[in-house]
Design a protein. Structure first.
Length: 244
């Protein structure tokens, strides 16, 4: 508990983990190290669709701007579940039901009166599921030293970009993660920034004294997840995916 320093070391592979806690240094022989730095929404799909996202300073993540029914700023695009904001499985189910009922209303499906009762039940269940969420968000808030680590720590594992490189680019005038991406390739790897985007944003915000919301998120490019040439070639010629 209360770890203020954490380091993994070894010659070509992990051999030991060092941690500082309670004023003492602890060393552990290890072959595998799993790090957990909090849970954040998966926003790539909604961002790629053009939905507006706002920085949540409590949960340290970008979250889609949604109506009470879960509709994003892109008309007709609804976001439910933990992609709308981490709240757990019960809340995710309730959010999905609220959005589904709103979509049925939009489509003028029959049994509107029945849906009114279901909507009230779903919203009441959602309120119950959200009880204590603010406490959990603060209790398990990831520590700054793990979100914005020392200069020699890899931030973008796909392209092997360190935290120090991001800080250097910020000092040279890079205004946001998209400029940092252009100069360093951070976020251009197979994960498309899923592993590093928030770290890049927070490091740049810390280095420049700006709010992460003003720094912004990496621009999402298609494909959101890697696809093979074979998968693209196998698409039917009749399937028009918005091609012009």
């Amino acid at each position: 508990r209360h770890v203020s320093g954490l380091a993994a070391s070894g010659d070509g592979r992990l051999e030991q983990v060092t941690a500082t806690a309670g004023g003492r240094e602890h060393r552990f022989v290890a072959q595998t190290l799993l790090l957990h730095q909090g849970v954040v929404p998966q926003v790539n799909l909604a961002m790629a669709a053009g939905a507006v996202h706002d920085w949540n300073a409590t949960r340290l993540a970008f979250e889609p701007r949604l109506s009470a029914e879960g509709e994003s700023t892109v008309p007709g695009l609804f976001v439910a579940g933990d992609s709308a904001g981490i709240a757990g499985a019960d809340a995710a189910e309730c959010r999905g039901l609220v959005s589904a009922l709103a979509i049925l209303d939009r489509l003028e499906a029959p049994d509107r009166e029945t849906r009114k009762g279901l909507r009230m039940q779903a919203r009441a269940a959602l309120a119950r599921a959200m009880r204590g969420r603010a406490f959990l968000d603060r209790l398990f808030r990831p520590a700054p030293q793990f979100r914005m680590p020392a200069d020699d720590v890899l931030i973008c594992r796909c392209e092997e970009v360190t935290a120090g490189e991001i800080r250097t680019l910020t000092a040279r005038g890079a205004q946001g993660p998209n400029q940092a991406k252009a100069f360093s390739r951070a976020g251009m790897g197979p994960c498309q920034g899923r592993g590093c985007a928030l770290s890049v944003t927070e490091i740049m915000a810390e280095a420049s004294g700006r709010d992460p919301g003003a720094i912004g998120h990496m621009r999402i490019r298609a494909p959101v997840k890697p696809v093979t040439v074979g998968q693209m070639a196998s698409l039917s010629a009749s399937e028009d995916y918005g091609r012009k």
